[in-house]
Ligand binder design. Structure first.
Ligand code: BES
Ligand code: MG
Ligand code: ZN
Length: 511
């Protein structure tokens, strides 16, 4: 694990092994032009030729290491490309995060212990005030350091690579950037906490084990935590939650985690996360190739926990209630069947056409629960809900469905700044009839001729939100397997943690 600090010393006065230079395309240093020249003077007079020879032009993704001798010690000069600086869509900020990610990976690979990175000195580099920029850099560095190695005997027994990452913020030291650093550490660590939960397999992370994680958060950060057991759900007739869990030997847990529960006169935001610890499909069993990877089906709940971990530490002036139904979707003699009709907490009925469309069933009760007991101003739910979302948007954008433009615009904007990006799909009335049923109020799958399974699923959910402003996030594509993003790497990505926490942190400020 890295330790990240802001260095007080001048760039070259840091006695470290690695010196990092961020360069724009065309080999322009974003800072310290003079120090770039110092490399030419002290180490490599023909530096630009060397870089060109190695095809380093400062394109995004470029990274080149040159070894030199400084004060009789070997040092590594690390050049990293940022590509063209272009403020459109915050690409340059995302490129910077990825450059930071590649640096961290390189430091680990070459076991370069302590390293200083030279950051831009101008007032609003990359469109952010500098403290906010530091925050983004710290988050990316911490995320890049994540690996799921718990079960890799050789790696877990190694001491692991440790080093210091020093951020050099320029000659003008008038600001401390302590807040950006501290908040970045909180957010980065919480995102990795979520990724670890999503990466844990279902034989370790049962609904009970996941509920325990929520209880631990409550203990650590002084949150309220309530866990409804099966019998409590029966009393409330939460038929969706009960039906999905009925096939499994692992008891379901309906977890409610609250921040600022005792504060009055502040807005309430409900965060609802799908927590299916394993999705076999149930009686509508998934073909085995499609079942692999379904340990990740609790990524929505895990994202909500990660966001709560951040919220509890950074303390925005809002009341946040996290509602996470935790179940395992398994086939058995007790499992819910196709053709079954179930009744939810809000009294509505649904015909089960496919037991693999289980996420919406547990979310239905969770959304109803949020409205019934908390009357929130805003509800955001997050779920690995539909395979169709992977086809529609792939791995880089979370599907956003809402009929509230204000919330939608805010989520999109927060997505671009944090790199936890979302893209809207139309929740148009035309899709509404796709979930009609002959025998119940609604059916749990969209009629085949409507296609657009991601959107029809959101219309199912809409039946359970009557009063609140509401947005639905489908992270089926973004929660894991994101290709080619240095700071995300393999496995779970923590999709939604940065997005939800930032949305909540900004909420009562922007109004
Ligand atoms: N957890 C899955 C969604 C999923 C599938 C995510 C593949 C990532 C990859 C969800 O519970 C599911 O099985 N959805 C079905 C719905 C269908 C039966 C209407 C799907 O998408 O196939
Ligand atoms: Mg399913
Ligand atoms: Zn599922």
């Amino acid at each position: 694990m890295f330790e990240i600090q802001i260095t007080e010393k001048k760039f070259w006065e840091n006695q470290v092994e690695g010196y990092v230079f961020l360069l724009k395309e065309g080999l322009y240093s974003i800072n310290l032009q003079s120090d770039f020249e110092r490399i030419e003077k002290d180490f490599y007079p023909n530096l630009r030729e060397i870089l060109k020879k190695h095809k380093f032009t400062g394109k995004k993704g470029d990274l080149f290491v040159l070894t030199a001798n400084k004060d009789n010690k070997l040092i590594q000069l690390i050049f990293v490309g940022l590509g063209k600086l272009d403020t459109a869509w915050n690409y340059e900020l995302e490129n910077l995060r990825r450059a930071i990610g590649s640096i961290v990976l390189k430091l680990k690979e070459l076991e370069i212990k302590d390293t200083v990175i030279c950051l831009p000195e101008d007032d609003k580099p990359f469109g952010l005030i500098r403290d906010r920029l530091i925050r983004q850099i710290v988050i990316a560095a911490i995320m890049a350091d994540y690996e799921f190695i718990k079960f890799k005997s050789d790696k877990i027994n190694e001491a692991g690579f440790t080093g210091k990452l020093l951020l050099y913020v320029g000659a003008k030291q008038e600001q401390t950037f302590a807040i950006g650093l501290q908040e970045g550490i909180v957010i980065g660590n919480a995102t990795n906490f979520t990724r670890n939960l999503a990466d844990l397999p279902a034989n370790y992370l049962t609904p009970k084990a996941l509920a325990q994680e929520a209880k631990n958060l409550a203990d650590e950060y002084d949150l309220e935590c309530k866990v409804l057991e099966k019998k409590d759900a029966e009393k409330l007739s939460m038929g969706g939650f009960l039906a999905v869990s009925s096939g499994s030997d692992n008891e379901p847990q309906f977890v409610v985690l609250e921040y600022n529960s005792d504060k009055k006169d502040i807005p309430t935001i409900a965060l609802v996360g799908k927590g299916v610890t394993f999705d076999s499909g149930g009686i509508s069993l998934k073909p085995s190739d499609y079942m692999t990877g379904m340990k990740f089906d609790m990524s929505g709940a895990a994202a909500v926990y990660g966001a709560m971990k951040i919220i509890a530490q950074l303390k925005p002036n809002v009341h946040v209630v996290a509602i996470t139904p935790l179940v395992e979707n398994m086939p058995s003699g007790k499992a819910c069947r196709q053709d079954d009709i179930i009744r939810f907490l809000n009294g509505k009925t649904a015909e089960i056409k496919n037991t693999d469309a289980e996420g919406r069933l547990i979310l239905a009760d969770a959304l109803s629960y949020a409205e019934k007991f908390y009357n929130p101003e805003v509800i955001i739910d997050i779920a690995t809900l539909t395979g169709a979302c992977l086809y529609a948007l792939g791995h880089f954008f979370t599907g956003l469905m809402t009929r509230n433009d204000d919330i939608g615009t805010k989520l999109q904007a927060v997505g671009l700044v944090t790199g936890d990006r979302v893209w809207p799909l139309p929740m148009d009335e035309d899709f509404k009839d796709a979930i009609k049923s002959e025998v119940a109020d609604i059916a749990n799958t969209g009629a085949a001729n409507y296609k657009a399974g991601t959107i029809t699923a959101s219309w199912f959910l809409k039946n359970f939100v009557e009063k609140s402003k509401w947005a639905h996030l489908d992270i089926a594509g973004t929660a894991d397997g994101v290709p080619g993003v240095s700071y995300i790497g393999k496995g779970a990505s923590g999709a939604g943690v940065r997005l939800l926490s930032e949305f909540v942190l900004n909420y009562n400020k922007s109004k």
